[in-house]
Write a protein that binds this ligand. Structure first.
Ligand code: PXP
Length: 239
């Protein structure tokens, strides 16, 4: 059965909307773990629009499952990761003007620089996942540069506006998962997944973990964090 890593960024988004000290993503992480989450994810962005350094450092002390840090591959973030020692780093592309991460890392264009980051992090004992589009060529490069795992970008599938586009996007995901599995890479999937879109992954047992944030935090606002996480866990268990 695939695991569920819960991204608590948007609890911090709500806090930062008023620059208050609540709601606390740390409290949300505790509740998510109590509900059965297999990991906690935060994206420390260069502009600190939601998660703050303080959140990451407290989470490192209190997360009991696995702390996954999403970050850009740059000197500042590598320094923070080496200092904080999350269990996993997921390397993502980052643009200041984007609403959220908009696509996977382009490993073909940035192979050498990303390979160096992967090596530095792994040498310090951190597992490294790379967020990439469901593209066979990108997956092959992830394997060549010794990434521990890949996270397949599911956003194109989730955002597809027509059945044809949706089917095409899902077929690309299936192909990407099969190739990554053949190359013995760990396989995560995420971005844009919700309580409906998750159901299509039934039978795709090669996926090790789903990384889900916005839909869970949105539901948690209405029904509470533990219930929102438990409902997603049930859906994942039935895949
Ligand atoms: N995976 C990655 C690499 C992401 O950047 C994000 C968004 O922070 C997610 C998963 C979670 O996406 P969502 O919030 O849409 O569930």
């Amino acid at each position: 059965m695939a695991g569920l890593a819960v991204n608590v960024d948007h609890v911090a988004t709500l806090r930062e909307a008023r620059k208050s000290n609540y709601p606390d993503p740390v409290a949300a992480a505790i509740l998510a773990e109590l509900a059965g989450a297999d990991g906690i994810v935060v994206h420390l962005r260069e502009d600190r629009r939601h998660i703050q350094d303080r959140d990451l450092r407290i989470l490192r002390k209190i997360v009991q499952t696995k702390l996954i840090l999403e970050m850009a591959s740059n000197n500042e973030m590598v320094g923070i990761a080496l200092d904080v020692q999350p269990d996993v780093v997921t390397l993502v592309p980052e643009k200041r003007e984007e609403l959220t991460t908009e696509g996977g890392l382009d490993l073909i264009s940035y192979k050498d620089a990303i390979a160096e980051t992967v090596g530095t992090l792994q040498d310090s004992g951190i597992s490294v996942s790379i967020f990439i589009d469901p593209d066979p060529d990108q997956i092959k490069v992830a394997h060549q540069i010794n990434a521990t795992m890949v996270e397949i970008h599911t956003g194109i599938f989730c955002d597809a506006q027509t059945t044809k586009k949706r089917e095409r996007a899902f077929s690309d995901i299936v192909d990407a998962v099969k190739i990554a599995h053949k190359l013995r890479l760990g396989i995560n999937a995420g971005h844009g997944l919700c309580y409906n879109t998750i159901k299509i992954f039934k039978g795709l047992h090669e996926i090790d973990e789903f990384s889900i944030g916005h839909s869970i935090v949105s539901r948690a606002v209405l029904v509470g964090m533990e219930k929102a996480v438990k409902e997603m866990l049930i859906l994942i268990k039935n895949l």
